[in-house]
Every structure is written in C-alpha cells, then in structure tokens.
Design a protein around this ligand. Structure first.
Ligand code: 3PG
Length: 212
C-alpha cells in the first residue's frame, strides 16, 4: 500500500460519506465546513469548479476538525494550486497519466477515478487500491461494484455520482466500498440560502449510515 493510499484509507475511516461541495461564495466556506464537521462529516471535497474554490479550500482548512481536499482535479496545474491553497488530498473523476504523475511528484494523497476493470487494475498495479468509482450510477452502480468485487477483491471504492440517501446504505454494505461521496448533504441551494442547520442535520444523518 502506498503512503497516499494509506492516508486515503484513514480518511475513509473517519466518516461513511464525503460531501462533494460546489461553493460559489467564499463567505459560505467557514459556516459550511463548521456545519458539516458538527454533523459528523469531517472529510470535505471542495470541487475546483467555481472561481473561488481555491479560496474556499484555504478558508475551510482553518476550521477545526475539517480535513479538506480538492475535487475535480483535471490537470497538473490543479494539483499545485490545490496544494498551495491547503488541500491535503485530491480527488478526480479520472486518472490521466499527467495527473497521476503530478500527484505522485507532489506527494499529494490522491483518490483517482475509475469505472472499469481495466482502469481499476491499471491503477492498482501503480499502488492505488482505493479508487473513486465514477460516475457510480451511470457506470452500473451496485451491480458493477459487486461484479468488480469478485475478481478484484483487493481494490476498494468510494462510489460517487448518483449516490443518494435512498441508495447510500446499499453501496456502503458492499465489502469493496469504504465510503461514498455525494452532493446531497450540502446542495447548492441550501448553501446559497445559508441553511446551515439543515446541512448539519443532513450531515448527521449521513454520518450515521451503517457500513457493511
Ligand atoms: C460530482 O463530482 O459532482 C459528484 O459526482 C457528485 O455527484 P452527485 O451530485 O450525484 O452526488
């Protein structure tokens, strides 16, 4: 197991769900992270999809108890920018060579994306034995993960994309699922409305989901 994978496994052990965050206003960063941590979800994935995402990572990193990572890493430049902002791990929907090399050179713990047996096997051969299964529902969901678990039981997944309060526990019950990611805990409309109480309640419910 690589150091990076060890770190990702430790993060996965902290909570069953990693909230996927799209934040438009840096002023929301601290109260949002505080609500999620209070609700029992300390591991936060801030997507690099808004102009203030790097400032959001920096602000959230100062929140006690928060473990902040950057999602939607696409290019090597994203890796540098995310780390400079304070991200302690990275997540990507895929795993292009240039991105893998950049994360490895920077020693950024990385959760690369995979959706097929070949992608998963290629990443495992490189030392990544926890992968983001993306897009989870689009790539066959629980049926595909069960299928991959037969021949590849040594590879674990964090399914993301279409995971919901309705299906999360069924994903988490699979032996090859260590945690799951999702945007339902803090959707954009609740963040924009500053409804921290509702977000905290959703986080608490997610933190109590049982794992297999
Ligand atoms: C994302 O990167 O947006 C994640 O896949 C979140 O997917 P979800 O909105 O279906 O939870």
């Amino acid at each position: 197991m690589t150091g990076q994978t060890h770190f990702i496994r430790e993060l996965a052990g902290l909570a069953p769900i990693i909230p996927v965050l799209v934040v438009d206003d840096v002023a929301d960063a601290v109260p949002l992270a505080q609500a999620l941590v209070r609700g029992g979800l300390p591991v936060l994935e801030v997507t690099l999809r808004t102009s203030c995402a790097l400032d959001v990572i920096a602000a959230m990193s100062a929140v006690e108890g928060a473990r902040v990572g950057a999602g939607t890493l696409v290019t090597p430049q994203d890796v540098k920018a995310a780390m400079n902002a304070g991200a302690t791990f990275g997540v990507s929907p895929g795993a292009p060579e240039a991105l893998l090399s950049a994360c490895e050179a920077a020693k950024l713990p990385f959760l690369p994306g995979a959706a097929t047996a070949t992608e998963a096997m290629t990443l495992a051969a490189r030392g990544y034995d926890i992968l983001k299964f993306f897009p989870a529902e689009g790539a066959g969901g629980i049926t595909t993960l069960k299928g991959l678990g037969g021949p590849l039981p040594q590879i674990s997944f964090c399914p993301t994309g279409g995971v919901s309060p309705e299906n999360a526990e069924r994903y988490l019950a699979l032996p090859n699922v260590v945690c799951a990611g999702g945007s339902w805990i803090a959707p954009a409309e609740l963040v924009r409305a500053g409804d921290w109480a509702q977000i905290e309640e959703r986080a608490r419910a997610a933190s109590r989901l049982s794992r297999g």
